[in-house]
Design a protein around this ligand. Structure first.
Ligand SMILES: C[S@@+](CC[C@H](N)C(=O)[O-])C[C@H]1O[C@@H](n2cnc3c(N)ncnc32)[C@H](O)[C@@H]1O
Length: 204
């Protein structure tokens, strides 16, 4: 089965997979930025793209799942921001952004390490000079909690690991951390997880 089929199947398994709320680290890092153009990688059901569009951003949002994108389109229409979002159905491993963006956001793209490095370098190349790259992922320490996480080796990453992909002469590090967050696991038990957060500003 292809990745696209696997993701479509996962999305079809429930009316909604995600909460419909924007990701908390996106809100924390981007709420204070002036709006511009944004690229949302692996946008899923579209909550982040809709939140950005509601704040005046012009968003390009890509996902490999057509099922997720249908829901995302519908969420944007319901929010009245459809005209500010360009939805793209595609595989980020082969899609080359045609332009640059003031913000590139990748939230919880848990790819195999060899593919992840290529994808993160490629999306970084789409950040405009002075623009922001925001990568958020599940921290490896989450595997010690009761919360459901991908179990494949190397798929969870620290901010320090992915920071090594970016030349400090070209990128200023604004945030490099593991930020804690309270959640409830599948059995309704409270847990603390950590989000890997890497926020960089492009210098050149
Ligand atoms: C863990 S979900 C995160 C969704 C959304 N960013 C969020 O935080 O709610 C990962 C998303 O990436 C998408 N995805 C996985 N591999 C992809 C690829 N190679 N290209 C584009 N999208 C991909 C999946 O379909 C899924 O919607």
């Amino acid at each position: 089965m292809s990745d696209a089929s696997l993701w479509d199947e996962r999305y079809r398994s429930a009316d909604a997979i995600w909460s419909g709320d924007p990701n908390p680290q996106l809100v924390a890092e981007v709420a204070g930025l002036a709006s511009g153009t944004a690229l949302d990688i692996g946008c899923g059901e579209g909550a982040d793209a809709v939140w950005l569009a509601e704040r005046g951003w012009h968003v390009t949002a890509i996902d490999i799942s057509g099922v997720a994108l249908e829901r995302a389109r519908s969420a944007a229409s319901n929010a009245g921001v459809a005209e500010r979002i360009d939805w793209r159905h595609g595989d980020i491993a082969t899609w080359a952004p045609e332009r640059s963006y003031d913000l590139v956001s990748a939230q919880f793209m848990q790819l195999a390490p060899s593919l992840r490095d290529t994808v993160f370098r490629s999306i970084a190349a789409a950040v405009a000079i002075g623009g922001t790259l925001l990568i958020v992922g599940h921290h490896p320490s989450d595997l010690e909690t009761t919360v459901r996480r991908p179990r494949m080796p190397g798929v969870l990453y620290t901010a320090e690991e992915i920071a090594t992909l970016f030349d400090p002469h070209a990128w200023e590090t604004l945030v490099q951390t593991a930020r804690s967050r309270g959640v409830t696991d599948a059995n309704g038990i409270p847990a603390i997880v950590h989000d890997t957060v890497l926020r960089l500003r492009r210098r050149q």
